[in-house]
Structure formats: structure tokens, C-alpha cells
Ligand binder design. Structure first.
Ligand SMILES: C[S@@+](CC[C@H](N)C(=O)[O-])C[C@H]1O[C@@H](n2cnc3c(N)ncnc32)[C@H](O)[C@@H]1O
Length: 430
């Protein structure tokens, strides 16, 4: 494979390739490297950067000053794939590395300052790659990362092929822990099975450790991992044991807005009782509060629940009645909050939900991280009718971003919204 680099400081890249298997691969001509400098094709003491239009701070790599060197590289390597390293690019991952290792000729263009005049990118760039969500002072280190990761995929660069194929991130899992001698040091022992000599048992053990480590450290990877049914069940069991036992949801029927923005009381909906209870149970929610100010409506809810709790109706264990056990009926949202406070000694952190887009809404990833990171109870509040009253929304600790598509129309039933929101916050992705 031929790799060309174009940068301001080629020595940074050259020096990073002087060591280990990469230096051998270069010596053995498994990879051929050509380092070009932006200064190759300009006059002595001339600059490659200039001030930015629009009074923004920072210098920009000039189209005019770098045009010739890009053209020269393209002339020498007419079929080269030109990669610009940039924080704006697609984030580098193992799949991209494997794809790139199939190329015969790549050129990596490294930025500096505020990056490139956009016209250079329009004219010469085939692919923009970022090496992570942070900013480097220049693209040389990013180029070294690409060269290193891509080269080790090329046959012969790493001695043992299996070292590469067993690496973390291959097949969407990370490796489990690895050990070397001595077996026992400072009373810390290596798992005995690794010394058993039984290859099947060792492979099974390593696989289990690998998927468990992935669950613990990089659960996101498991989405594309080919897990067996048993493995999936095992991982779900581990995750389930410490899930949402402090998370509650509430369905509010007063104070609710109507289409004109007036405050109303809505009536109970039978489907909201069962369906939301089932969603709550599916996602491990501790309790589902139904709040209604009218006694008859609360009694109606109790009657519906009573019907499903009735032993005679228990035709199919595991479905409705099991979920319905988690419902608590209260007169108001405040009573639900006090009920949680009584159990946990502190008021729950409240999260309002609404279909409208408002200022300062919390994202799903932020809320998820908050819930996972703290021991506080959380109450996610859902409205009926045209949504929770403005007073309730504003009194909550957070307002969650609405779920929905890209169009203007957003009128999900509350039971659909509950299911989608719980899935976004607590859904299993493997
Ligand atoms: C200081 S950065 C310019 C960042 C630019 N101001 C921005 O906000 O997008 C200078 C150069 O370093 C390289 N660079 C910085 N961070 C990078 C990253 N995460 N991945 C790849 N290249 C990066 C790029 O070549 C970039 O043009």
C-alpha cells in the first residue's frame, strides 16, 4: 500500500513511524510512505495561510498557495484516495480502518490553524476523517493514527494474523482481561480456567469475559454484535439486576391544557391504564402513578385494575396483571411526589414531557447519564389532553425533548409517547 502525507510538519509523522512493527513494515516494503510538505511548492519565506474572511479569528490554509502541491500529488498518484483529517469528518472506527486497508494508494492531507479554505476541500477531498471528538493543534498526529491503524490490517505487518482478528472491536466486542505469569502475585490470582489446557473451556470463558466487558465498558458496540440467544439472556440478566429501581412515571389528568390553552381535567382512558403499565413493567420502572382529582374516576381506575387483578382473570401469567401491580392511584401529582419522598427520604427529580419544542430542554443522553450517575429518585411526568399545564412544566427540574419525526405533525397518543421515551432512556440495544 502506498501512503502519501501532506502536512506542515512531516517530521511529526515520520518520527512516529520509526518504531516497532511499523518501521519493519516500511523496511520490508509492505507499506510505502511519501511525505510531502505544503512548503514544497511555494517560494522561500512565503506563507501557506492567510487571514479569514468575515473577521473571525485564526488563519486559514490558502487555496491559492496549496493548489500546486495537491495537483502534483494527484499527478504522481492519479488514483489516490485523498483523505482530509479534520474534526468535522466522519469519526474513525475499526470498520473504516478495515475498508481503508483495502485501498492501494491513499493521501492524507493535514490541516493546521483554522483548517482549509473550503474550496480546497471541494476540489481535492474524497473523504474527511476525524480521529475523535476533540481538537488537535494540527492533523499530523491524526495522520499517524490513520497510518498506524490501517497498516496493522495489512497482511504481514503484524506477525500473527490472529492477534489482529482477535483484537478488541473486531466483531463488535472488546477483549476481556488478559494475564501473564506469575499465576499468583500479591494474592491476586489468574482465573484458574486459563491454566486448564482445555481449549474449548478457555475459549468459552474468554468469550463470556469479552461480552461482559463490552456490556460494562462499551454497551453501544453490542448493537451490531452477533450474540447467541443464551448470551443475550445472560447479558440482559446482568444489566437488569441494577436497573431503574428509583425511576417512576406519572400520568396526569389535572391540570391539563386543552387546544385553546385553557386548564381542564381530562377523563381516564382505559387503554392508558393497561398499556402504560405494561410499558413501565417492560422497562423496569418502579411504579406508575395515575393521578386524578375526581373520586369517581379514581374508583373507575381501581375497578379496571381490580378486574385484571382478579384471580379468575389470570389466564396468562406474566402479562397484564403482573404489570398492573405496579400502578399507584393518587389524587394529584403532588401526592405522587410526596409518596416517593416518603419512601426515599427526598423529593424525586421531576422531568416534564411535552410534544412542543421549548427552550432549555434536556436531551435523552444527558438524562440517561444523570439517572445512571445518581442515587436520587426520578419521576417522569406525562400529560393527557393537549399536554401538561405550563405551571407544571415550568415547576419541573427538567423538560425532556419531544420524541417524533422530522415533520410538523406531532400528535402521538400518550401511551405511544411513554413507550418511545422509555425505550430511548432504558431500552436494550442488543
Ligand atoms: C486547530 S485544528 C482546526 C479546528 C477548527 N478550528 C474547527 O473548529 O473545526 C487544526 C487542524 O488539526 C487537525 N485536527 C484537529 N482535530 C482533529 C481531529 N479530532 N481529527 C482529525 N484531525 C484533527 C485538522 O487537520 C485541522 O484542520
Amino acid at each position: 500500500m502506498k501512503i502519501n502525507t501532506l502536512s506542515t510538519f512531516p517530521d511529526i509523522i515520520k518520527n512516529s513511524l520509526k518504531y516497532g512493527v511499523l518501521s519493519k513494515a516500511i523496511k520490508n516494503k509492505l507499506i510505502e510512505l511519501n511525505h510531502f510538505s505544503y512548503f514544497n511548492e511555494i517560494e522561500d519565506k512565503d506563507r501557506i495561510d492567510d487571514e479569514q474572511y468575515g473577521h473571525s479569528p485564526g488563519m486559514v490554509i490558502s487555496y491559492e498557495k496549496t493548489y500546486k502541491i495537491f495537483k502534483k500529488i494527484k499527478k504522481i498518484n492519479p488514483k489516490t484516495k485523498v483523505i482530509f483529517v479534520s474534526p468535522k469528518g466522519k469519526k474513525l472506527n475499526n470498520d473504516m480502518v478495515m475498508e481503508l486497508s483495502k485501498e492501494k494508494n491513499i493521501t492524507i492531507a493535514c490541516g493546521r490553524y483554522e483548517g482549509f479554505d473550503e474550496r480546497i476541500i471541494e476540489e481535492f477531498c474524497d473523504l474527511e476523517i476525524s480521529v475523535g471528538d476533540y481538537i488537535l493543534t494540527g492533523g499530523e498526529l491524526a495522520a499517524s493514527i490513520i497510518i498506524d491503524s490501517v497498516s496493522r490490517m495489512i497482511d504481514g505487518v503484524v506477525n500473527k494474523k490472529e492477534s489482529v482478528s482477535n483484537d478488541s472491536l473486531m466483531n463488535s466486542v472488546i477483549k476481556g482481561p488478559v494475564y501473564t505469569k506469575p499465576y499468583d502475585y500479591k494474592r491476586k490470582k489468574v482465573p484458574k480456567i486459563l491454566l486448564s489446557g482445555n481449549h474449548k473451556k478457555i475459549n468459552d470463558f474468554n468469550r463470556l469475559m469479552s461480552i461482559k466487558s463490552t456490556l460494562l465498558k462499551r454497551e453501544d458496540l453490542l448493537e451490531t454484535c452477533d450474540l447467541t440467544i443464551l448470551e443475550r439472556k445472560e447479558l440482559k440478566k446482568i444489566k437488569n439486576s441494577n436497573q431503574n429501581d428509583r425511576v417512576f412515571i406519572a400520568l396526569v389528568h389535572y391540570p391539563i391544557s386543552n387546544i385553546k390553552g385553557e386548564i381542564i381535567t381530562t377523563s381516564l382512558t382505559n387503554l392508558d391504564i393497561q398499556d402504560i403499565a405494561r410499558s413501565a413493567k417492560t422497562y423496569g420502572i418502579k411504579n406508575y402513578y395515575i393521578t386524578h382529582p375526581i373520586l369517581e374516576q379514581r374508583n373507575l381506575a381501581k375497578k379496571v385494575i381490580g378486574y385484571w387483578e382478579n384471580e379468575k382473570e389470570r389466564k396468562n401469567k406474566n402479562t397484564k396483571h403482573e404489570a398492573i401491580n405496579n400502578i399507584i392511584i393518587k389524587k394529584s401529582l403532588n401526592e405522587a411526589i410526596l409518596d416517593i419522598k416518603k419512601k426515599y427520604g427526598k423529593k424525586p427529580i421531576t422531568i416534564a414531557t411535552d410534544a412542543k419544542i421549548m427552550n432549555n430542554m434536556v436531551s435523552y443522553s444527558h438524562l440517561k447519564a444523570k439517572i445512571q450517575g445518581k442515587k436520587d429518585p426520578y419521576l417522569i411526568i406525562f400529560g393527557t389532553g393537549w399536554g401538561l399545564s405550563n405551571n407544571i412544566i415550568q415547576s419541573c427540574d427538567y423538560i425532556l425533548k419531544p420524541v417524533g419525526g422530522y415533520n410538523e405533525y406531532n400528535h402521538l397518543s400518550v401511551r405511544s409517547a411513554v413507550a418511545i421515551i422509555l425505550d430511548k432512556l432504558f431500552g436494550c440495544n442488543f
